[in-house]
Ligand binder design. Structure first.
Ligand code: FES
Length: 160
């Protein structure tokens, strides 16, 4: 069950666009950027307000890959595994993060909702390979040692 504040926020966003079905995508984009994911309950809620079926809204949202139905952690870590990064051992970076955070290919977010780990195919910073980002801030020339230091730093910062 989502808190009422989520529905209030959705109402605000819907009011800014209007309730025509063509506004579905911008509305759910705004919801996703507010919460870093698209809560399925809100997709249903928006569909209802825009008078479109839940199935249709769901098929639109799943067609566009950048919508995520899973809640994400406070820190979103993206490890690049494009060619330039891969040849510079990006897999070592990823494996170190799996180890540090207790995550895996199947489990992307820590139970305390602090970290979400994703892989991407190019972050557009190939000259700095291997690259990862933390909430879109680029960390260049990563090594497993740097990963350990970075995670410790993020955990420490979060506890302050
Ligand atoms: S391949 Fe990693 S940034 Fe381009």
């Amino acid at each position: 069950m989502l808190e009422q504040s989520y529905y209030d926020e959705a109402d605000k966003i819907i009011a800014a666009y209007g309730t025509e079905p063509r506004f579905l995508i911008p509305i759910i984009q705004d919801i996703q950027s507010e919460y870093k994911y698209l809560p399925p309950e809100l997709l249903r809620y928006v569909a209802d307000k825009l008078n479109i079926t839940e199935a249709k809204a769901y098929s639109v949202a799943t067609f566009y890959e950048n919508f995520s139905f899973d809640a994400k952690g406070k820190f979103i870590l993206k490890v690049c595994d494009g060619t330039a990064c891969h040849v510079r051992k990006s897999m070592d970076i990823l494996n170190q993060l799996y180890k540090e955070l207790g995550l895996s290919k199947e489990k992307h977010t820590t139970d305390d909702m602090m970290f979400t780990l994703e892989t991407v195919s190019c972050l557009g910073a190939c000259g700095l390979a291997p690259v990862m980002t933390v909430n879109d801030v680029v960390h260049p020339a990563m090594t497993p040692e740097k990963v350990t230091a970075l995670i410790a730093e993020l955990k420490e910062g979060a506890n302050e």
